[in-house]
Design a protein around this ligand. Structure first.
Ligand SMILES: NC(=O)c1ccc[n+]([C@@H]2O[C@H](COP(=O)([O-])OP(=O)(O)OC[C@H]3O[C@@H](n4cnc5c(N)ncnc54)[C@H](OP(=O)(O)O)[C@@H]3O)[C@@H](O)[C@H]2O)c1
Length: 345
C-alpha cells in the first residue's frame, strides 16, 4: 500500500532555527547510524521511519559509512525515498557526511577535497538524490589544511549538491576557524554536530557550545542518550538485544562501569518525580540549552521512538532540577566519543 503521511504530522513537534540560519529542525531528529543497515528489512525499517515522519520528525541524519555494512543505511534510505517518501522530499532535511574510512587507499577518509567531493557523489547515488540538505565534514583532519576541507564543502554548495554545510566533532578553536574560512567564501557554517549528553559534556568543557552560540552556528547533539545508557536499561541488567551486546560495539564496557551506572541510577528519582521516563529526562536536558537546535537520537524499535518522543510533553527543566542532575552525575561523567584532539593519524 502506498504510504500517505499523517495529516496531523506537524501538530505536536517543535522546531528550532539552526543558529542564525533560516533552517528549522525538529527538536528530535532521527539518525540511521546502526539500526538501518543491511541487518534491517524494509517493513521494519519503514515502520519506524514512517512513524517518525508522521510525528513531525522531518530530519533524517545519515553518513557514508552508516550500516553495517558501510553505505547500506544510505541504500536503505534511498529505497524508502523511492518507494514511500518521494512525495514528501521537500518536507525533509536529509544529511550525509564524510570523514571516516569509507574505501581503501589514501582518498577514502579524513578531510581532503578529493575524498569529500567523491564521497558526496557516492552518497547522492546511493540515496537517489540530486542534493542533500546538509553535508558535513564528519571529523576534523589535523593533516589537511582546513581551507581545503572547507573549500570542498563550499564547492558542494556551489555545485548544488548540498544546501547547507556542517562540521562534526570539531573542537572549539577549529570550529571558529572553519566558520571564518567558510564566511570568507560566502558560505555560512550552518550547524555543528557533536556528541553531547548528561554523561558526556565535552562541548561545555572546551566551550564549543559557547562558540557556536556566539557565532550563530546551530547545534545538533548526537548520542543524547549515551547510546542507550541513559535509559537505565543497563542498570536493570539488560543484555540481549542491546547495543552493548553487539560484537565490536561502539558502546564499550567503560561506558557502563559502576560509577556511570550509579549516576544513571540517581537520575531515576528525578525523572520519576517529573513524571518522565529516563530517556525523556535525558533529552530535555540536552535541549535545555538555547544553542541546541535538535537532539539526534537513534532507535532500534518503534517503542523506543515513542518513548523518546514523549519528551515533547515536558521540555522545561528548572535551575534546581539542573543543579540536582549535576550533583547526581558528578562521579559518572564519561566520554562516549573520543575528544577530537585525540584523532591524530
Ligand atoms: N557525527 C558523528 O560522529 C556521529 C556519531 C554517532 C552518532 N551520530 C548520529 O547520531 C545518531 C544517534 O546516535 P546514537 O544512536 O548513539 O544515539 P542515542 O539516542 O544516544 O542511542 C541510541 C540507542 O539507544 C537505545 N535507545 C534509544 N531509545 C531508547 C529507549 N527509549 N529505551 C531504551 N533504549 C533506547 C537503542 O539502543 P539498543 O540498540 O541497545 O536498543 C538505540 O539504538 C546516529 O544515528 C547518527 O545519525 C553521529
Amino acid at each position: 500500500m502506498t504510504y500517505r503521511a499523517a495529516a496531523s504530522r506537524y501538530d505536536a513537534m517543535q522546531y528550532r532555527y539552526s543558529g542564525r540560519s533560516g533552517l528549522k529542525l525538529p527538536v528530535v531528529s532521527l539518525g540511521l547510524w546502526q539500526n538501518f543497515g543491511g541487518n534491517r528489512d524494509y517493513p521494519s525499517a519503514f515502520e519506524i521511519l514512517g512513524y517518525a515522519f508522521d510525528q513531525g520528525i522531518t530530519h533524517f541524519d545519515l553518513a557514508n559509512n552508516y550500516g553495517p555494512p558501510p553505505g547500506s543505511s544510505e541504500e536503505l534510505f534511498g529505497q524508502v525515498l523511492a518507494r514511500d517518501f518521494k512525495p514528501y522530499r521537500d518536507e525533509m532535511i536529509i544529511s550525509s557526511k564524510a570523514g571516516y574510512e569509507m574505501w581503501e587507499g589514501p582518498y577514502g577518509e579524513f578531510g581532503s577535497r578529493k575524498y569529500l567531493i567523491a564521497s558526496c557523489d557516492q552518497s547522492l547515488k546511493r540515496m537517489g538524490l540530486d542534493y542533500v540538505d546538509i553535508f558535513y565534514s564528519h571529523r576534523y583532519d589535523p593533516e589537511t589544511p582546513l581551507e581545503e576541507t572547507m573549500g570542498a564543502l563550499a564547492s558542494l554548495v556551489h555545485q548544488g549538491k548540498a544546501l547547507y554545510v556542517g562540521i562534526s566533532s570539531y573542537p572549539e578553536a577549529e570550529t571558529r576557524k572553519a566558520h571564518q574560512i567558510l564566511k570568507d567564501m560566502g558560505v555560512p557554517l550552518t550547524i555543528h554536530q557533536p556528541s553531547y549528553s548528561i554523561l558526556n559534556r565535552w562541548i561545555e568543557d572546551d566551550k564549543t557550545i559557547d562558540a557556536c552560540g556566539e557565532l550563530g552556528i546551530g547545534m545538533i547533539a548526537f548520542s543524547p542518550l549515551a547510546q542507550g545508557v541513559l535509559s537505565g536499561k543497563y542498570n536493570r541488567g539488560a543484555k540481549s538485544g542491546t547495543r552493548a551486546e553487539e560484537a565490536n560495539s561502539s558502546l564499550r564496557q567503560s561506558h557502563i562501569e559502576p560509577n556511570v551506572l550509579e549516576a544513571v541510577e540517581n537520575l531515576g528519582a528525578i525523572a520519576e518525580r517529573r513524571g518522565q521516563s529516563m530517556v525523556q529526562l535525558a533529552l530535555s536536558w540536552v535541549l535545555r540549552r538555547s544553542e541546541m537546535t535538535s537532539a539526534l537520537i537513534g532507535v532500534r524499535t518503534l517503542e523506543q521512538l515513542k518513548d523518546n518522543l514523549g519528551v515533547l510533553d515536558n521540555l522545561t527543566l528548572s535551575d534546581e532540577e539542573i543543579a540536582e542532575i549535576d550533583a547526581a552525575t558528578i562521579n559518572g561523567l564519561m566520554e562516549l566519543h573520543p575528544r577530537p584532539q585525540g584523532w591524530l593519524r
